[in-house]
Design a protein around this ligand. Structure first.
Ligand code: PGA
Length: 243
């Protein structure tokens, strides 16, 4: 696991965008794994700028997002479909028909999950996966538990995740309690992984990534198994609150 410690959120966003741009420049038909949440928004802004400036061409990429609330319709402004359109897809030349987000309205969620993994495999697997990290150590919506699940699956959100994500909803009761998420193996099959974290609230979990321990209580520690992971974080996430 390599670590890049950045001065601040802006720097972290720039560094992560640089790696995505390099990936797409080296392999224009890259399969990108994408994440939602507040962490990658700055990076998406940089990718939009670079795409507009003609510094990167996304016309051949395919994307797979990590997760989606369940049940929630794609046009709900809290859905991850909506988020991705708003923060990236509609503002770049990524072909919309080659973007994938799990269907939060699937009548048969188990089948949707199985097909989602098959689609990733059929596309040739994810070349570069972008991850945020929950304060509780989740990646995607793989929440801390006794057992983790390998493939894409329907999961219950923990109270701490519902609490953390309630800031995006009018009230906590509006946060869906379930989600469809890529599993730990779906994520670990990616050829390269970038995990981003900013702010002092992520310090404890980033510190857990720096120890040798792997535990299902902190799902992100599973990334230590992977041979090509880069942590891009700001100083507060790495060192704790700065004065
Ligand atoms: P955040 O969420 O980027 O909004 O902090 C990260 C996550 O929960 O994975």
């Amino acid at each position: 696991m390599r670590v890049i410690i950045c001065e601040n959120y802006e720097e972290m966003s720039k560094q992560a965008a640089k790696l995505v741009i390099s990936q797409v420049t080296l392999k224009p038909e890259s399969i990108l794994g994408l994440a939602t949440g507040s962490t990658p928004i700055g990076m998406y802004d940089k990718l939009i700028e670079a795409n507009k400036a003609g510094e990167v061409d996304f016309s051949k990429v395919t994307t797979f997002n990590l997760d989606e609330y369940y049940p929630l319709s794609a046009d709900n402004d809290q859905s991850y479909h909506y988020f991705m359109n708003e923060h990236l897809f509609s503002k770049t030349n990524i072909p919309f028909e080659r973007t994938h987000v799990p269907d939060g309205e699937a009548a048969n969620p188990e089948k949707e999950c199985e097909e989602y993994d098959k689609k990733i495999e059929a596309a040739g697997g994810i070349d570069l996966q972008i991850l945020g990290i929950g304060q509780n150590g989740h990646i995607g919506f793989n929440e801390p538990d006794k057992n983790l699940i390998a493939g894409t699956h329907l999961t219950e959100l923990t109270d701490s995740t519902i609490e953390a994500n309630s800031r995006f909803f009018e009230k906590k009761e509006d946060v869906p309690t379930k989600a469809l998420t890529m599993g730990i193996a779906s994520i670990l099959k990616s050829k390269k992984i970038i995990i981003m974290a900013n702010g002092a609230a992520k310090h404890e979990v980033v510190s857990a990534l720096m120890t040798p321990d792997i535990t299902t209580d902190i799902p992100a520690t599973m990334l230590k198994i992977h041979s090509d992971v880069v942590v891009i974080c700001d100083k507060e996430a790495f060192y704790g609150k700065q004065n």
